[in-house]
Design a protein around this ligand. Structure first.
Ligand code: SF4
Length: 289
């Protein structure tokens, strides 16, 4: 059983139909998946103290009894049931229709690129783009709440403006509950491939402002996860508040104690500090806008 303090997520499967170079978990070939009974017990434990829960993996939709797991959780009446998924299984209409009937469902899925070349090279799956985009469209058609995460790193951040244009051209703002721009946790497969994936947050931040403002002007709700205020242009501070469910891996640098924005800051991935050090992070003194 997962012992992370205050955790709200349950891993239900260890295999995946992608092999993302920026995945924060290691491939666990041949590892036996948790039993249905263990998943139920873990869900019960989480729901004793939380009103939301997230199912993750691996790729949760590969689990044949996913619907049974969701129905079990639904009966406990949480205010949100998240599924962290690559969304490719939602390419299939019948599957999407069945899952979309779950009450208070939220799909959380990650997009890497605006074309098959970028998306598929990061997912290391030649079919990723085709199935994911169709899957997201299917979910939107079934009115499922979707959080679209755009994971920016060395391999795709230069294309962020094109990714924003792709979203505007292919989806309506009402299709997404939120669009979250984030940077990778450098653990697991991403940690092993850090030389291909890791980019300094201050470098990523350089490409953010115009595309984010463009998305916001078109009605999309955009948030920045894991981007501390001190690395961002002031115009983006109000959007930088979030962390993923895995907040146990987030830390502050020693000098952060001097920062006037610390209470609003997302903090820094511990794995990022281990890789790049803390030079980029400078306590914010001027809190004016
Ligand atoms: S100095 Fe530390 S607390 Fe302040 S914004 Fe930067 S990372 Fe956050």
């Amino acid at each position: 059983m997962n012992k992370i303090k205050n955790k709200t997520f349950v891993p239900v499967v260890y295999n995946c139909n992608d092999n993302c170079i920026s995945c924060p978990v290691s491939r666990r070939y041949g590892m036996e998946n948790p039993s249905l009974e263990d998943i139920k017990k873990e869900a019960d434990e989480i729901l004793k103290s939380h009103s939301h829960i997230e199912i993750n993996g691996g790729e949760p939709t590969l689990r044949k009894d996913l619907l049974e797991i969701l129905k079990y959780i639904e009966k406990k009446n949480p205010h949100e049931i998240g599924i962290l998924t690559n969304a490719q299984s939602f390419y299939y209409n019948k599957f999407t229709e069945r899952i979309s009937k779950i009450k208070n469902l939220k799909i959380i899925t990650t997009l890497y690129g605006h074309n098959p070349k970028i998306q598929n090279s990061i997912a290391r799956n030649p079919a990723s783009f085709k199935y994911k985009i169709a899957g997201i469209k299917n979910l939107a058609k079934n009115n499922v709440k979707i959080e679209l995460r755009i994971l920016l790193h060395k391999m795709n951040y230069a294309h962020f403006n094109e990714i924003a244009d792709f979203i505007i051209d292919n989806f309506e703002s009402r299709n997404f509950n939120s669009i979250v721009i984030m940077n990778p946790k450098l653990t697991g497969t991403a940690g092993k491939n850090a030389k291909f994936v890791a980019e300094r947050i201050t470098k990523l931040s350089e490409v953010l402002e115009a595309p984010i403002k463009k998305l916001i002007s078109k009605g999309y709700k955009v948030w920045l996860f894991h981007f501390p205020h001190c690395t961002l242009p002031k115009g983006l501070w109000e959007y930088s508040k979030g962390v993923t469910a895995d907040s146990s891996s987030v830390v502050f640098a020693e000098k952060c104690s001097l920062c006037q924005k610390k209470s609003e800051c997302s903090g820094i991935w511990k794995s990022y500090l281990d890789f790049f050090g803390e030079n980029e992070f400078m306590p914010v003194k001027d809190t004016g806008k």
